[in-house]
Design a protein around this ligand. Sequence first.
Ligand code: 5GP
Length: 116
Amino acid sequence: MAEETIFSKIIRKEIPADILYQDELVTAFRDISPKAPTHILIIPNAVIPTVNDVTAEHEQALGRLFTVARKQAADAGIAEDGYRLLVNCNRHGGQEVYHIHMHLLGGRPLGPMLAQ
Ligand code: 5GP
């Protein structure tokens, strides 16, 4: 069994978070330290630590991250201007929380994809 992180407590509503959407497979909530005017995290409810741990059985939940991202971007009013979806993996990827998550960032021009 993969180790739980703070995100499991958010899913179970044991600690406060600004949850925007939840269903049986995924949860979307505002990032506590937003890097853009819109910064939402979309996560599977099951603990998958990193992209390296993804298997075929996760495809339904991970596919839903995209449909929820599309809806959240539309609801935030940033769909037309555009936004960025980002998944960090492990140390070089800058991953801090080892429960796989998709960042939805937007609300301003985000610049080049990587800092030089
Ligand atoms: P990572 O660097 O792992 O891709 O991103 C982790 C993200 O989780 C960061 O943007 C960080 O601000 C966010 N985060 C960490 N702890 C919490 C928390 O307790 N609540 C919320 N809402 N976001 C968190």
